[in-house]
Design a binder for this molecule. Structure first.
Ligand code: NAD
Ligand code: MG
Length: 395
C-alpha cells in the first residue's frame, strides 16, 4: 500500500481506555492507517501527549480554554494540528470527507450525536459507545442502512457474536439457523455477593474489575450488571434479535467473549485473552486480520472455563434492562439516562451502590414511554429522566 491508500481514522474519546487501546493498535500499522482527529473532554495533557506522537490533522477538546492551552503547547514545538472545541467540532471530525473510519469511544449519551454524524456520513463506524445504540436503537440502525455505513461492534461480546455469524446475518438469524445468542458476563467484582453485603460497596471496589481495566462508568456498570443489561439491548439492535433469544451466561474467566447457538446443535464461540485490542483490530481491518499486540491465549494456563446463571435478585439491573427493552420506545433511553446520573452520584456523591437500581426503577416508574423514532424526542426524554433522577437523589 502507498501512503495515500492509508485509511484515515478519527478517534472520538481518544484519551479513554478504548481510545488509548485504539491508538496502540493504529501505531502498530502506520502503513495502513493515519490519524485524522483525536478528541477528549477535559484531559488536555493526555491529548497533548497523543498529538505529539500521532500528529493528527485535528484535535478537539470540550472547552475553548483547554483548546487555547493545547494550541499554545503544540505551536511551541511546531506541531501543526488544528485545535478546536465544542460539540460542533466533534460532529465535524466524525463526518469529515477526510475520514474513512470513526472509532466511537466517548462514554455515555454524550457520544450519541457525533456517532450518529459518522453514521450519516456513511463511515466505517467502530462502535464502542453502547449507550448511543441503547438510547436510539431503531433510529440508529435505520440510519446505518440508509447511509450505507459499515457498523462494526467493538464491545467484546458483540464483536465475538459478529465473528460467530456469517456475513449478511442482520435480520436473517432464523434463516441462517441461529437459535440463540449467548452473551457472556464476567459477573463483575461482586459475583456471589448478596444484597446486604452489596450495600457496603465503595467506588474503589467497584472500579477494580477482575479481568478488564476500563473507564470508571463502565466499571460500575459491570459491577451492577447494568453493563450486561445495556449489552442485551445493544445485541437486540445489532443482530435484530428478540430479548428472549439472548441468554446471559456468567463466565468468570472472560476467555469466551460470547457465542452463537445454531439449530443443528453447534455452538460457535470466540475466545481470546481479555484485551480490547482484539475487537478493535478486528473492526479496523475487517474483513482482514491484523496484529493487535495481544498475548497468545494459552489454554493450559486458563485450565478451566466455568459457567453459571446471573443472580438477578442481588443485581436487579439486568431485569430492568430486559423490561425496558420489552417496553420499547424511549424506555431504554430513560433507563440509560437514569443509570448515568445514578452512577455519577455513586462515584462522586456518596450514594450507595444498591441505590443505583432503585433510582433507575423509580425513574422508569415515573416517566411514561414515548415512541423513539425522532432524535429530538429521545434527547428530550434523556433530559427528563436526568431531572427525575436528580430529584430522587435529592430526597
Ligand atoms: P473512559 O472513561 O476511559 O473514556 C471516555 C472518553 O470519552 C474519554 O476520552 C473522554 O475524554 C471522553 N468523554 C467523556 N465525556 C465526554 C463528553 N461529555 N464529551 C466529549 N467527550 C467525552 O471510557 P472507556 O472505558 O474507554 O469507554 C468508552 C465507551 O466504550 C463506553 O461507552 C463504554 O461503555 C464502551 N466500552 C468500553 C470498554 C472498555 O474495555 N473500556 C469495553 C466495551 C465497551
Ligand atoms: Mg462488553
Amino acid at each position: 500500500a502507498t501512503p495515500n491508500d492509508r485509511k484515515s481514522v478519527t478517534v472520538l474519546g481518544a484519551t479513554g481506555s478504548i481510545g488509548t487501546s485504539t491508538l496502540d493498535v493504529l501505531a502498530r500499522h502506520p502503513e495502513r492507517y493515519r490519524v485524522h482527529a483525536l478528541t477528549a473532554c477535559t484531559r488536555r495533557e493526555a491529548l497533548r501527549d497523543q498529538c505529539l506522537i500521532h500528529h493528527p490533522a485535528v484535535a478537539v477538546l470540550a472547552h475553548e480554554q483547554d483548546a487555547a492551552w493545547l494550541r499554545d503547547e503544540l505551536g511551541r514545538v511546531g506541531v501543526t494540528t488544528e485545535v478546536r472545541s465544542g460539540e460542533h467540532a466533534l460532529q465535524e471530525v466524525a463526518e469529515s470527507s477526510d475520514v474513512d473510519v470513526v472509532m466511537a469511544a466517548i462514554v455515555g449519551a454524550a457520544g450519541l450525536l457525533p456517532t450518529l454524524a459518522a453514521v450519516r456520513a456513511g463511515k466505517r463506524v467502530l462502535l464502542a459507545n453502547k449507550e448511543a445504540l441503547v438510547m436510539s436503537g431503531a433510529l440508529f440502525m435505520d440510519e446505518v442502512a440508509r447511509h450505507d455505513a459499515i457498523l462494526l461492534p467493538i464491545d467484546s461480546e458483540h464483536n465475538a457474536i459478529y465473528q460467530c455469524l456469517p456475513p449478511g446475518h442482520r435480520g436473517r438469524l432464523a434463516e441462517i439457523g441461529v437459535t440463540q445468542l449467548l452473551l457472556t458476563a464476567s459477573g463483575g467484582p461482586f459475583r456471589g455477593w448478596d444484597a446486604a453485603r452489596l450495600t457496603t460497596v465503595t467506588p474503589e471496589q467497584a472500579c477494580a474489575h477482575p479481568n478488564w481495566a476500563m473507564g470508571r462508568k463502565i466499571s460500575v456498570d459491570s459491577a451492577t450488571l447494568m453493563n450486561k443489561g445495556l449489552e442485551l439491548i445493544e445485541a437486540c439492535w445489532l443482530f435484530d434479535a428478540r430479548p428472549e433469544q439472548i441468554q446471559v451466561v456468567v463466565h468468570p474467566q472472560s476467555v469466551i467473549h460470547s457465542m452463537a447457538s445454531y439449530s443443528d446443535g453447534s455452538v460457535l464461540a470466540q475466545l481470546g485473552n481479555p484485551d480490547m485490542r482484539t475487537p478493535i483490530a478486528y473492526g479496523l481491518a475487517w474483513p482482514e486480520r491484523i496484529a493487535a499486540g495481544v498475548e497468545r491465549l494459552d489454554l493450559f494456563s486458563v485450565a478451566r472455563l466455568d459457567f453459571e446463571a446471573p443472580d438477578e435478585v442481588a443485581f436487579p439491573c439486568l431485569r430492568l434492562a430486559r423490561e425496558a427493552m420489552a417496553a420499547g420506545g424511549t424506555a431504554p433511553a430513560l433507563m440509560n439516562a437514569a443509570n448515568e446520573v445514578a452512577v455519577k452520584a455513586f462515584l462522586t456523591g456518596g450514594v450507595g451502590f444498591t441505590r443505583i437500581p432503585e433510582i433507575i426503577e423509580s425513574v422508569l416508574d415515573a416517566c411514561d414511554v414515548k415512541a423513539a423514532d425522532e432524535l429530538d424526542v429521545i434527547l428530550a426524554e434523556d433530559a427528563r429522566a436526568r431531572r427525575v433522577a436528580e430529584r430522587q437523589l435529592a430526597r
